[in-house]
Every structure is written in structure tokens, then in C-alpha cells.
Design a protein around this ligand. Structure first.
Ligand code: SF4
Length: 207
């Protein structure tokens, strides 16, 4: 049993009318840094950290020049700060050495940056460059499984299936609708099924 894809699109348009990236940024590079910081962390916390960080560090050369230890201190509260600092520094170095200091605007080049995975590359493509991309984070993975659209806990497989199910020009919108729907309604611990438009068809409904 699963919710029909057509109804998923209609229902999400009702539940999430203004899907957009909640990570604050002014440039593709700031977005890239914010997305790296957002792994296993709330957007609210990332915005608090970047609000300070971007006052002094907002270009690739700034992150090449800062020491690993200094950067770790600045991003400490986002968690996983050691790996995140490494990723930001490696991606910054790559952007300078291979792309003339500009964040590349195609998916394969983004994915080729050291420290950048599929989810990050997909979000940057969709948000910064208007691409048709379906980034799968923890919310998209949970929501699409609960709705019965996919049966996998592997993000790459989930992305592949969702891209087959939904029309390409909806991928980016659906990504943000599922993120916000998962964050505020279909929550990990206590999904609010009583106020969800899918509660009669959803195989995971608790009512
Ligand atoms: S009915 Fe409940 S579990 Fe199903 S999508 Fe809605 S909130 Fe999530």
C-alpha cells in the first residue's frame, strides 16, 4: 500500500505552500558551506553559526587560509566539526585550484569536489543554480518510506526511485516540500498524523 504519487504532489502543495531552503546564504559558496554544516544538525543552529562565521569567512580563500583548529572552534556547535571543517577546507581548495575560485554550476563538477557528497551537490544545484535535482536527506528518506513510495534506507537508491516516480520539473520543489513536511508534520518521533492530508491512505498512519 502506498499513497499515489499524483496525490503526494497535490497533498504536499496543500501542506507546504511555500517550499524553500531555510539555510541562510548570499552566494553559492556560502550555501555550499551551510549545506556541509547542516549534516546531522538543524538549519536553525547552522544559521546561528554562519551568521557569525560569514562575517569574516565567506570566500574559498578564507577557508584555505584558516587553520583546521580555528575552523573547528567556529563551527563546533554544529557537531561533527572535525570532518565538517576538513570537508569545507578541501572543497575550498578544490574550488580555487580547479574552478578558478567559483563554485561549479554543474552536478558532476560539484560532486567531484573533495568533501562534497550527493545530497550537498543536489541541494546546491537546485537552490543556487535552479537545477532539477532531488536531494535526499533524512527527512526525504523517512517521508518517502512512510508514504510507501520507496522501501529503502539507502539515500542513493531512494533518490533513484523518486526520480523515476515524479516528473523532473517537480524534483526540486518536492525535495523542499518533503524536507519541511518531515521537519514540521511527519516528524521522526511523533508524526502529527491527525493533521496530515495523507492520513487515510498512508500505510504508516497512526490514526
Ligand atoms: S499520515 Fe502520519 S506517518 Fe503518514 S505521512 Fe502523514 S504524518 Fe507521516
Amino acid at each position: 500500500m502506498s499513497v499515489e504519487p499524483e496525490f503526494v504532489m497535490q497533498g504536499l502543495d496543500i501542506m507546504v505552500t511555500d517550499p524553500k531552503c531555510e539555510l541562510e546564504h548570499r552566494t553559492p559558496f556560502e550555501l555550499l558551506v551551510a549545506v556541509i554544516l547542516s549534516a546531522q544538525c538543524t538549519d536553525k543552529r547552522v544559521n546561528q553559526v554562519t551568521d557569525e562565521l560569514f562575517k569574516t569567512h565567506n570566500k574559498p580563500e578564507d577557508f584555505v587560509n584558516i587553520t583546521q583548529e580555528e575552523l573547528e572552534q567556529k563551527i563546533h556547535s554544529c557537531g561533527f566539526y572535525h570532518n565538517k571543517a576538513k570537508s569545507i577546507k578541501s572543497a575550498s581548495r578544490d574550488i580555487i585550484e580547479r574552478f578558478g575560485g567559483e563554485v561549479p554550476s554543474n552536478f558532476e563538477d560539484l560532486l567531484s569536489l573533495a568533501g562534497v557528497g550527493r545530497k550537498t551537490a543536489n541541494v546546491v544545484m537546485a537552490v543556487a543554480f535552479g537545477g532539477d535535482n532531488f536531494a535526499v536527506d533524512t527527512h526525504v528518506l523517512r517521508v518517502s518510506n512512510r508514504l510507501g513510495l520507496v522501501k529503502t534506507d539507502v539515500p542513493d537508491k531512494c533518490e533513484e526511485s523518486l526520480c523515476k516516480i515524479f516528473p523532473k520539473n517537480k524534483w526540486s520543489r518536492l525535495h523542499y516540500q518533503m524536507v519541511l513536511f518531515g521537519r514540521y508534520t511527519c516528524k521522526a518521533m511523533k508524526p502529527e498524523c491527525e493533521k496530515c492530508v495523507f492520513n487515510r491512505q498512508c500505510p504508516s498512519s497512526r490514526i
